[in-house]
Design a protein. Sequence first.
Length: 562
Amino acid sequence: MSTNGDQQAPAGDDLQSREYQMFPHLSEEMAGRIAAYGDVEDVPAGTVVFRRGQRSVDFFLVLDGSLEIFDMDEYARENVFTVHGPRQFTGEVDLFNDHEILVSARTAVPTRLARLDRATFRQMMAAEADIGELVMRAFILRRVGLMRYAHGGVVLVGPAQAADTLRIQRFLTRNGYPLRLVDTEHNPNATNVQLCFQIGSDHLPAVIVPGGAVLRNPSVPELADRLGLTGPLDPGQVHDVVVVGAGPAGLAAAVYAASEGLDVLVVEGLAPGGQAGTSSRIENYLGFPTGISGQALAARAQIQAQKFGARMAISRHAVRLHCDAFPYRVETEDGALVTARAVVIATGARYRALAVPDYARFEGQGVHYAATAMEGQLCRGQQAVVVGGGNSAGQAAVFLSGLASHVHILVRGAGLSATMSDYLIRRIDGSQRITLHTGCEITKLEGDAVLRAVTWTCRDDGAQTRLATGNLFVMIGASPNTAWLDGCLELDPQGFVRTGRPAPAVPQPSAYEASLPGIYAVGDVRAESVKRVASAVGEGSVVVHAIHRHLADHPVAQAAAQ
């Protein structure tokens, strides 16, 4: 099991080339330093030291002997997929959070182990920088390997292009959870799987968890709870900062706030990354000259925030901000309340829908708002249509052109220069597999259970074009995710949060503070913000300075702390 180090590694990578980084053998000196932090114990052969489904397991370093790492498939059969020998260690990215772990470990022979509990493990990672870097790289690579080979994951059974199948697959993939898809329309073994687990056609899609339990078309919160991706929220705890939204701005705020010692909770409705997480490749982000996928960037940022101690509440949509009393409270869709002395609103924006008949019927069943590897596979060998003239649309078209037989870009304007970066325009112009249609818009959608054809009309000559395609990517405009604020804050006419209160109201106003003290807006949700990943990251990091000032100087904050 090995990968190229990204959370979204291309299928053609040499998967063996990073084995030494995924499962490194520490030097005796490094092993000795780690062992000094923990307790050394002799463990008999066949002892299970941790089991799938447990939370907050310890970190183990093998001093002598070996540990078998194994998972269990849907038929309750064990599969040992790697063995840790002397001076190798256990764990992957779930050691930085309180999710249920994905795999089990047991001693293959009588084994001597150094055991570090979570608190001691974090202390070691912070104090031993060279070891911390090695361990972090290994953990990231191991999670990618679990994803690639579906170790410790679930089996998703259903029609590959059905809306609910894509909904579940998208949630699991974007949260880095391993899965194997059994397409009931094209996989010859699908019928046997359905019979074995008594999954009727009216129960599709279904999720089979290791051991054989079946979840029939679960909701995202139900699935997240069942797989241990969520944990209980303590209504009595007053957090220093609650960040609502885990896009680039929210993750940056979480990283910087947690790294400076603040108690941080991030509330996110779907998965880290926000709108940027749906981008196939971002090529103009500082420090990544070859580009990076939005999902990989978000995954790294999430791990970074968790490394510093930030907690993540995934699959918990914020539905209301209670702003009538201090400390503030954020209510989630399951009725839970989280309390905070400062709130960072980073809920971003969403693409607008097209005003076309039958549009809602095909959302998720041919109409997509993301162009990741998952959606790309649906387009392989077929034509695809991208609607939009911004960078997200351009990135989607370039990415899809490597998979689809041809990509058509539709824009209502006369061109792309006013809304798209030059490097993308040049790439689109130079591609023989991308055609730009200006002054055109979608006017008709056709299909049965899924989208089968689209028609667009061009204003200049009124010409109509009908294209047989099952994949339409809509990336137009932006509507802010602010309905949950429930009148607490001042918004602009488009619904974005206004920030930067007048100087008379605050001696040193923050450019990101909303109309109530201690509440901030960053990223795409903020009025007049620059809709770019880099600027969102900048806003999320800079706002932490204002939060510190609020917590230290605001009299209400001082009273609450006391």
